[in-house]
Design a protein around this ligand. Structure first.
Ligand SMILES: *Cc1c(COP(=O)(O)O)cnc(C)c1O
Length: 361
């Protein structure tokens, strides 16, 4: 591995997070592993293989390219595409035994018109207003689902809860679950094998015990759905590292980086790191974030560049050229970084670019 900017993925932590989450479910309940966006940046082939070995039999991705890559990686379990696939990919879906979400009545029609018995799960919109059939009209929606029972291989029904991680919205979430349950009851005669509504947060905070699968995403990777969410004690599986490429002395009054946004007010030692926003290190962290060197925090000084950044190492004697630097670690997690720039940990880990090599241990 070339030690320039790299991510270390601790597979043992993925496994432990999975076991912790599973232990929090009811007996008989199972995990559908959400490995979309390259397993939230962790590498979907490696993560899915590990989970398949651990007993996971259902994987969720966002698109057909991701699904085909999992098949090429040897994943045998069910794969559900949660998002849009062009209807004319129907044959490809069938040939690769991939299950497609039905996004709308129009989409159901377009898919059925391909003359392929595609395996599908109908999405139900229970209040998020993103995708799905109308959750406010259970009878009509049930009729629509039933109308496709012989044109498509209808195997499932699901919804997505958009505030399951927010206790202040519990009434809304419970109303979503009630709408979902009403439709599930209305198509009970179809004996659909896969009825699911829980994401990571709902599996903990809104688990009514009536469905089998929880779609586990963020907690698998060891981050929280929301800052104050009371989650099992999962740990981040990804740490991001770089090295010091040079160290220099900077005098009071000198400026650092593009736009001259930082001015030294005392004699400083400044280290340059070969990681920048093209690696997915967010430019919003300019003059805000910190990195860790030899266990000590080094604040970012000046703007993050495309491929480089500068940090204050005045008080860190171990900071010499070639020294290892932690960009994401247990001291400074993706959730903590996200809080510093008003986003969510999800966006941080998904945003680490392909230029950053992944190493598994
Ligand atoms: C991404 C996603 C999930 C996983 O959400 P987490 O909050 O990461 O657990 C579950 N269901 C759907 C439909 C999703 O899009």
């Amino acid at each position: 591995m070339i030690m320039r900017s790299w991510a270390e993925i601790d597979l043992r932590r993925i496994r432990e997070n999975y076991e912790l989450y599973k232990a929090a479910l009811a007996p008989g309940q199972k995990v559908m592993a959400v490995v979309k966006a390259d397993a939230y940046g962790h590498g979907h082939a490696e993560i899915s293989r590990l989970l398949e070995d651990a007993g996971v039999d259902f994987f969720a991705v966002s698109n057909i390219t991701e699904a085909l890559e999992l098949r090429q990686a040897g994943i045998k379990g069910n794969i559900l595409i949660l998002g849009y696939t062009p209807a004319n990919c129907a044959e490809m879906l069938v040939q690769n035994d991939i299950t497609q979400a039905v996004l709308s009545p129009e989409y159901a029609e377009a898919l059925a018109a391909q003359g392929q018995k595609v395996k599908v799960h109908f999405a139900l919109d229970t209040g998020m207003n993103r995708i799905g059939l109308d959750g406010d009209k259970p009878a009509e929606t049930a009729r629509l689902i039933r109308a496709y029972a012989d044109k498509l291989a209808v195997e499932g029904l699901f919804t997505h809860l958009c505030a399951a991680d927010t206790p202040a919205q519990d009434a809304f979430t419970e109303a979503q679950i009630a709408k979902f349950t009403a439709v599930a009851d209305a198509v009970r005669d179809l004996s659909l094998p896969y009825i699911h509504y829980m994401n990571s947060a709902a599996g903990i905070a809104h688990n009514n015990g009536k469905t089998v699968y929880a779609r586990l995403g963020i907690l698998l990777y060891g981050l929280k759905p929301a800052d104050d969410f009371a989650a099992p004690a999962v740990l981040p599986a990804l740490s991001w590292k770089t090295v010091i490429s040079m160290v220099k002395d900077v005098l009071p009054g000198e400026k650092i980086g593009y736009g001259l946004t930082y001015e030294a007010t005392r004699p400083m030692r400044v280290a340059t790191l070969p990681t920048g926003y093209a690696d997915g290190y967010r430019r919003a962290l300019s003059n805000k974030g910190v990195v860790y060197i030899a266990g000590q925090p080094a604040p970012i000084v000046g703007r993050i560049c495309m491929d480089q950044m500068m940090v204050d190492v005045t008080d860190i004697p171990e900071a010499v050229p070639g020294a290892e630097v932690s960009l994401l670690c247990d001291e400074y997690t993706a959730d903590r970084m996200a809080a510093d720039i008003d986003t969510i940990g999800y966006e941080i880990i998904c945003g680490i670019s392909k230029r950053v090599e992944r190493e598994y241990k």
